[in-house]
Design a binder for this molecule. Sequence first.
Ligand SMILES: Cc1cc2nc3c(=O)[nH]c(=O)nc-3n(C[C@H](O)[C@H](O)[C@H](O)COP(=O)(O)OP(=O)(O)OC[C@H]3O[C@@H](n4cnc5c(N)ncnc54)[C@H](O)[C@@H]3O)c2cc1C
Length: 470
Amino acid sequence: MLTEAVKRQLTAIVGPENFQDNKASLLVYSYDATPQFQSMPDAVVAPRNTEEVSSVLKLCNENEIPIIPRGSGTNLSAGTTPLNGGIVLLFKHMQDIIEIDEENLTITVQPGLITLDMIHAVEAKGLFYPPDPSSMKISTIGGNLNENSGGLRGLKYGVTRDYVMGLEVVLPNGDIIRTGGKLAKDVAGYDLTRLFVGSEGTLGVITEATLKLVPMPETKKTMLALYEGIEAAAEAVSSIIANRIIPTTLEFLDRPTLKVVEEFAQIGLPTDIEAVLLIEQDGPEEVVERDISNIAALCRENQAIQVDIAKSEMEADALRTARRTALSALARLKPTTILEDATVPRSKIAAMVRAINDIAKQYDVEICTFGHAGDGNLHPTCLTDVRNKEEIHRVEQAFEAIFHKAVELGGTITGEHGVGAMKSPYLHLKLGEEGIDTMKGIKQAFDPNNIMNPGKVFAKSERKRVVVQP
Ligand SMILES: Cc1cc2nc3c(=O)[nH]c(=O)nc-3n(C[C@H](O)[C@H](O)[C@H](O)COP(=O)(O)OP(=O)(O)OC[C@H]3O[C@@H](n4cnc5c(N)ncnc54)[C@H](O)[C@@H]3O)c2cc1C
């Protein structure tokens, strides 16, 4: 609970229109895109600039009030649920593009900027910002940075981390620091930029970011390869990479996912086959032609029953958009959709897909799988109903088995969605207790009062959690 004195001070910092503690506002920010997690904040605060962020953090640090930075709340790891109450910090007044620097090929932005708006601004200058999470129409750059988000183009171009050059960060005590810059090379001390990327709002608040841009690829081509067996599709993924071809995009959708995506998008996707690979290559025309022709041959060698190359950019865009709607399309089927992102080395994709199907059978749960196959990053998605306690218990067991299997295959519990509160009970599988202790030491150094997004990453919470206190 906030004292009246703290409320008054917060209101004085951000202005009365940017401080809210009415029930309706608190309820709206009590949950994010992650099912099963909900908890009420004490207030919602929208600072207008870095100085106001700094004053809010300083005040909260002195009073040990939790701060939950929040972009669009699309994270899938309960990363913005106010587990311990406190203040939800919004960036709706900090959405500007500060500069596009065409000499240094950088863009400097505020954290509340919507990812796709930034991509459009960059592309209008003939430049390219590759990270493209499927949620980019609504996600913010602040959220992308803090989850180190990936996307469809991650196989060739990497993830958000690979494009972050410099940050402005407000520390929990209110200090404002700058890391990195528009520098191709910089080894002055520890790499704090990388430390903040993917830190899930637990170390400080990012108030500005300078991101790397690259020249727009000359051309691109998109194709679909159709398979009668899931494993054949997974083998094709390994074979393409083993043949030293790195496509821009190498996505996998299984039959149940295809069916609902087609019902949703209605673009003529086949629904009577077991799996498809959506593959894209970009670059100079002759490279793209050669790679696409080699990839098509490899797909056929690996039992593709059909390989279709998109005839126009409109057709290619429809395919990409359809893939991006996979989660939304699946979410229409049952009241609760739980999506995970267990990730394995690329060479283990076939084994992981096989294991997911076996585990779904073993626990008698409905799991559809799609994902960034080229990155080894699968999204086993369970369609269920949170009101069915017995089924939810089996779903929990199934996901736990999936995490164990991913780690056993040399993988990880999350490839791009972050740990948040949702996956914290499984972090030890990947890091071991010593690894977790090392990370706790870093957290302690930045945030000794544990005000930044407490309960995330290191939470002791159980995975099942529905806390509603309206
Ligand atoms: C339909 C759908 C598709 C998705 N597809 C993808 C995908 O393809 N790839 C992928 O990686 N993810 C995907 N996601 C997950 C999610 O969209 C990403 O994690 C995204 O980056 C979150 O952005 P956001 O603005 O919603 O951040 P939020 O969910 O609001 O916040 C995410 C985290 O960032 C922290 N945070 C936000 N802003 C700041 C700041 N300024 N300073 C400090 N901490 C901050 C929050 O505290 C939280 O820990 C998808 C989600 C949905 C619902």
